[in-house]
Design a protein around this ligand. Structure first.
Ligand code: ADP
Length: 474
């Protein structure tokens, strides 16, 4: 495992606030280092280097003086040189025998004393061509230049005490280090405080989320500042809870509606059985009639259960569709033929059935057409007519199922596809019995095949459902 991975692993164990605190402190330290470096170089260039440069400058001045003095050996005296030296710089000239014969400051420590006290480790930033000695508290810098006059070699020593500049420089270093430590401590505290403050709402969210349960979905996360990211998160979570609650409510309603629907046929069957028990089986005619009713209720119950199972499969994304190229005209022709045989109470007519290929699952497509046809029969009094027509329109097929039945009130048109929705029974034709699931199933099948359903209806006159089905392009 690489070091970065190890660090990441270690960091992942810390809480977010600690990570923010460390991150913040790290940035702050980096910034401090940058500022310190800038100040260090600034002070070095503004104070320390100029002090060193006074020596360099004095050397060049003295070299000029020496050039001018070339022939006048007798002018080699301290007074001649003093004026050329920058204040603070001391000059000593030594002849070939090591005798000092020019000294611009007699009180300055002697050459021997300087030699004895030369530092083995001079400050790293000082120039290499300088020798530095520490005498008492003072740091003395020395530069050396050779001068040859009439074959004789003289040594010129330039001295300068750079103690105050250096002290200031070192003092500054100490102050910077102290400030850095203080800064880091403050950064840690401020970082900790800020991160805690920022993360506080998350804590609240966490506590609330822990309280929310299936039976206790009412709670919502307080939105403190709607415009910041945490406010956004709170709003998103609240919306998610709204959706979940909506889903749960729907589910609970579905279970209660389904149980309610199943209770009715069960109660009816129980009633017929009690009737038989009470009146006995002597009367064959009555018995047969009752058994017929029981059979019919059981059939209703079975149909209802089939529908409930279908819906539960679609809710769980378990409803299988085996889509392939289909001849819609064949399906419509077949369904209508069976319908004509089964329905004698109504006039059933196939007005047109243009050849058309679609891409879909045959079983559910048939189921969907049957739902519309069954409804047309259920909601059209005996003697009424049911017409089916299928026409190709561009790359679509329009299938219409019309009846001359009771119609649907305009205010109910957008509700008929809801689960368990049924128009009040007083408006229904007597034999109509349904559970209000048919159209919601038809809608699911239509959506799964990108089929559009439109309804036109007038109360007392009849209803037309039109299915717009895409033609199979493959
Ligand atoms: P149901 O099992 O009650 O028929 P559906 O979901 O198939 O349930 O239909 C929902 C409601 O829409 C029906 O109860 C009925 O009121 C209305 N409806 C559906 N088709 C027709 C139609 N062809 N004519 C009149 N009303 C209809």
């Amino acid at each position: 495992m690489s070091i970065t991975e190890k660090i990441k692993r270690k960091l992942s164990r810390f809480e977010i606030s600690t990570k923010i605190t460390f991150g913040y402190a790290a940035c702050f330290i980096a910034l401090l280092i940058l500022i310190n470096a800038a100040m260090w170089f600034g002070v070095m260039n503004a104070l320390y280097r100029p002090a060193e440069n006074t020596i360099i400058y004095s050397i060049s001045q003295i070299e000029n003086v020496l050039e001018e003095l070339e022939e006048n050996y007798e002018d080699f005296k301290p007074g001649t040189f003093r004026g050329a030296l920058v204040t603070g710089v001391v000059l000593r000239v030594v002849d070939k025998d090591g005798v000092v014969f020019i000294d611009t400051d007699k009180k300055y420590p002697s050459l021997e004393r300087f030699e004895e006290n030369i530092l083995d480790a001079p400050p790293i930033f000082s120039r290499d061509d300088f020798k530095i000695a520490q005498i008492r508290n003072a740091l003395i810098y020395r530069a050396e230049v050779e001068y040859v006059h009439e074959g004789e070699v003289f040594k010129l020593y330039f001295f300068r005490t750079i103690t105050s500049e250096l002290k200031l420089f070192e003092e500054l270093e100490r102050i910077l280090v102290a400030l850095d430590i203080l800064g880091v401590i403050i950064a840690m505290f401020v970082g900790r405080y800020l991160s805690k403050r920022i993360l506080n709402p998350i804590q609240t969210m966490n506590e609330l989320a822990r309280e929310i349960a299936f039976e206790k979905m009412g709670g919502r996360i307080p939105v403190e500042n709607a415009n910041d990211e945490l406010g956004e998160l709170a709003k998103t979570l609240n919306k998610m809870l709204d959706r979940l609650q909506g889903g749960i409510n729907k589910q609970q309603k579905f279970v209660s509606d389904a149980s309610h629907e199943l209770r009715t046929p069960a109660a009816v069957i129980k009633g017929y059985i009690e009737f038989i028990e009470h009146y006995g089986t002597e009367d064959k005619e009555l018995l047969e009639e009752n058994l017929k009713m029981i059979g019919s209720e059981a059939q209703n119950m079975q149909a209802l259960l089939e529908n409930l199972l279908f819906i539960s499969r679609t809710d769980q994304n378990r409803q299988k569709l085996n889509k392939k190229a289909l001849d819609l005209d064949d399906i419509i022709g077949d369904v209508m033929q069976k319908m004509k045989v089964a329905i004698k109470t109504h006039e059933v007519e196939l007005t047109s059935n243009e050849p058309a290929k679609i891409f879909g699952d045959e079983i559910t497509i048939r189921q969907m057409i049957r739902i519309f046809l069954d409804n047309a029969v259920k909601y059209t009094p005996a003697g009424g007519s049911i017409k089916v027509g299928s026409k190709v329109d561009g790359n679509k097929i329009l299938v219409s199922i019309s009846d001359s039945g009771i119609g649907i009130a305009p205010e109910n048109l957008d509700k008929i596809f809801d689960r368990f929705f049924r128009v009040g029974s007083e408006q229904l034709v007597s034999e109509a019995n349904g559970s209000g699931l048919g159209l919601s199933i038809a809608k699911w099948i239509a959506d799964a095949h990108k089929i559009k359903i439109s309804v036109a209806s007038e109360l007392g006159k009849g209803t037309t459902f039109t299915l717009t089905i895409p033609i199979n392009s493959q």
